[in-house]
Design a binder for this molecule. Structure first.
Ligand SMILES: NC(=O)c1ccc[n+]([C@@H]2O[C@H](COP(=O)([O-])OP(=O)(O)OC[C@H]3O[C@@H](n4cnc5c(N)ncnc54)[C@H](OP(=O)(O)O)[C@@H]3O)[C@@H](O)[C@H]2O)c1
Length: 264
């Protein structure tokens, strides 16, 4: 059996789960991680019943400082060679900046930011040695959008991740490593209920809601081709283009989510 593995964070639901299923269908062995162990075990059983791949499960809370090391040691101890990292775990905080404690913000930044850097730092030396590796970072269209009234650090950390992906490409392309930043728009997953913003999601027009399987397929294809940026669907490619060329104030006037964006 092929000894190369894809490590997927946030594989217990949504985009991460669909990426896991998609990669397994293409023959990748998997290491899947998230906090909900039962979900991961069910996913593993389901994938193994359909495809001839090996799936390893490790439960970890990425808001804990020790999580990156636990995941790395698990792979190391079991001799699992990680050739593809999917940095996908994420959520949003539904309150305004001044209502959120620093501890909450630090945990948030660890899940969406520091752990991405930590996992990349842990696994990249072996990728450099093997002259082969792929790093997928699930960012968001929010990384290009105007500031939001709630989820104040969500857009900024996703923008940071876009720049981090660019940096990885600039530094390691010559070592056979590519980084792909995936920026989905509104995608139907558990994200909005888990993040306390389901009401805002319900106000989003249907044509702007993406199917999670299609997002996963575009994300995987772009990553395997070594593309630097992937914006799933034509609709959102156009929207991101407009966000880059039209002043934010114009978007703030036509706020489609009923007051999500700060008006200034
Ligand atoms: N849905 C959208 O509209 C949308 C749009 C753009 C970008 N994104 C991004 O896509 C990524 C995946 O989100 P999704 O839409 O698939 O949402 P989801 O269905 O809620 O999945 C989020 C995943 O992250 C994991 N996670 C959350 N907190 C964690 C923690 N502390 N430690 C470890 N794992 C944690 C969850 O697993 P456990 O709860 O089991 O730990 C779950 O597997 C996120 O980075 C999100 O920012 C989503």
């Amino acid at each position: 059996m092929n000894k190369k593995y894809a490590l997927i964070t946030g594989a217990s639901s949504g985009i991460g789960e669909e990426i896991a299923r998609n990669l397994a269908s293409k023959g990748f062995n998997l290491v899947v991680t998230a906090r909900r162990l039962e979900r991961l075990n069910n996913l593993s059983k389901d994938i193994c019943s359909q495809y001839d791949v090996d799936v390893r499960v490790i439960s970890a809370d990425l808001s804990e400082e020790s999580a990156v090391n636990e995941i790395y040691e698990f792979c190391n101890k079991n001799g699992l060679h990680i050739d593809l990292i999917v940095n996908n775990a994420g959520y949003g905080i539904p309150t305004q900046f001044h209502e959120t404690s620093m501890i909450e913000e630090e945990k948030f930044l660890r899940v969406l930011g520091t752990s991405v850097i930590g996992l990349t730092k842990a696994f990249i030396p072996e990728m450099i040695k093997n002259k082969s590796g792929k790093i997928m970072i699930i960012s968001s269209v929010a990384s290009f959008a105007p500031p939001s009234v709630i989820q104040s650090l969500y857009g900024p950390v996703k923008t940071f991740m876009n720049r981090f992906g660019d940096t990885l490409n600039a530094l390691y392309k010559r070592d056979g490593i590519s980084s792909t930043v995936v920026c989905p728009g509104y995608t139907v997953t558990e994200f909005h209920s888990a993040s306390g913003v389901q009401e805002q999601m319900d106000k989003v027009p249907e044509f702007l809601k993406l199917n999670v399987k299609k997002v996963a397929e575009e994300a995987v294809q772009a990553t395997l081709k070594g593309k630097t940026l992937c914006i799933p669907s034509k609709r959102y490619k156009v929207l991101v283009f407009l966000l880059k060329v039209i002043p934010w104030k114009v978007f703030q006037l036509i706020d489609i989510t009923g007051g999500r964006y700060e008006k200034n």
